[in-house]
Design a protein around this ligand. Structure first.
Ligand SMILES: C[S@@+](CC[C@H](N)C(=O)[O-])C[C@H]1O[C@@H](n2cnc3c(N)ncnc32)[C@H](O)[C@@H]1O
Length: 305
């Protein structure tokens, strides 16, 4: 198998005993020093990109692609996933997609993020597996949310929740090794955050095809529930009321039957909301939307996740 490593210090080994049928992993053949560049990867530059809905539509039409898409798509932005152009043939561009996750990883992304290189974050001895923490690449709305980790490390968390970029201890340890997207998400936490119950979704225009890598940046973005949200539960919170103004364009105006309301810098649910429902607020005046603050009893709301 072709190795796109700069050193020939690594090889691909069978890992079906740990992860299941047809799983592989990347292993060190020689000692690799902390900070060494291990892998030059072209995926970020060459892969196609899709929204989650597009990926799910592709799988619906072609269920045999389920495992491939689940394993080899990765987040590059809000509701945007990179995937090999050759996905229909279940081929990847680069073997860098064979890095497995570990809760005690040996690698991270180098200077230019996952689109460029993977580096050693500590000394790696011959025979050790090369892994990175998937929390430096994925968020709560990734496809592999809830993956049961089999890394076997002492600090393995078991179920992977992918909200690690919200955790200051994790960020302190891994920020420099995160993908550009996760770095951006982490920095956004200083002025806004959406709770782990919702995510920024890209709404596909009705006339666009499922599997084209078209100009996704132009698609309308909206805040969407990821899980069930209970009445009066906190949905999103911002650093200040000023920041609500800055980011509220993600919340769609709905004067008839909004499912959320805003008090100060916080957004709450008007009633129980099911997963995959767009979150809306009555901003009052459409032409100059202002956060509305219907009188609600918010005493039971907690401004934490
Ligand atoms: C990017 S692939 C990694 C390469 C994969 N082992 C293979 O050979 O196809 C990601 C997939 O590998 C598996 N995987 C990687 N790390 C894992 C871990 N720590 N625990 C359980 N499964 C893992 C999961 O199935 C995951 O969706």
């Amino acid at each position: 198998m072709k190795i796109n490593s700069n050193m020939g210090k690594v090889e691909i080994r069978d890992q079906k005993q740990r992860y299941g049928d047809s799983h592989r992993g990347i292993f060190a053949l020689e000692r690799i020093e902390k900070g060494e560049k291990i892998w030059y990867c072209e995926c970020g530059k060459k892969d196609a990109c899709f929204t989650k809905d597009q990926l799910l539509n592709i799988i619906k039409k072609n269920p045999k692609l389920y495992n491939f898409i689940w394993s080899f798509s990765y987040m590059i932005d809000d509701d945007l996933f990179g995937l090999s152009y050759n996905y229909k043939d279940e081929n990847t561009i680069d073997e860098c997609v064979l890095f497995n996750h570990s809760c005690d990883p040996t690698c991270g992304f180098g200077e230019n993020g996952c689109g460029d290189n993977v580096i050693a974050i500590r000394t790696i001895e011959p025979g050790e597996e090369l892994t990175y923490h998937y929390g430096i690449l994925e968020t709560e709305s990734c496809l592999i949310q809830g993956l049961i980790c089999k890394c076997n490390s002492q600090n393995c968390v078991g179920k992977l929740t992918f909200d690690y970029y919200r955790d200051p201890v994790f960020v302190n340890k891994y920020f420099e090794y995160m993908s550009p997207y996760l770095k951006k998400k982490t920095l956004e936490m200083n002025h806004k955050w959406y709770s782990i119950k919702c995510y920024v979704k890209r709404y596909i225009p009705n006339d666009s095809s499922d599997d084209s890598s078209c100009d996704l940046e132009d698609w309308r973005k909206g805040l969407c529930s990821l899980k069930s949200i209970s009445q009066d539960e906190l949905v999103a919170s911002f650093a200040s009321e000023e920041h609500v103004q800055e980011h509220m364009h993600y919340l769609r105006h709905n004067s008839f039957d909004p499912n959320c309301y805003i008090i100060g810098k916080n957004v709450y649910a008007c009633f129980d909301i099911l997963p995959e429902v767009e979150l809306t607020v009555d901003f009052g005046n459409d032409s100059n939307p202002q956060p509305s603050a219907p009188i609600r009893n918010s005493s039971s709301n907690d401004a934490t996740n």
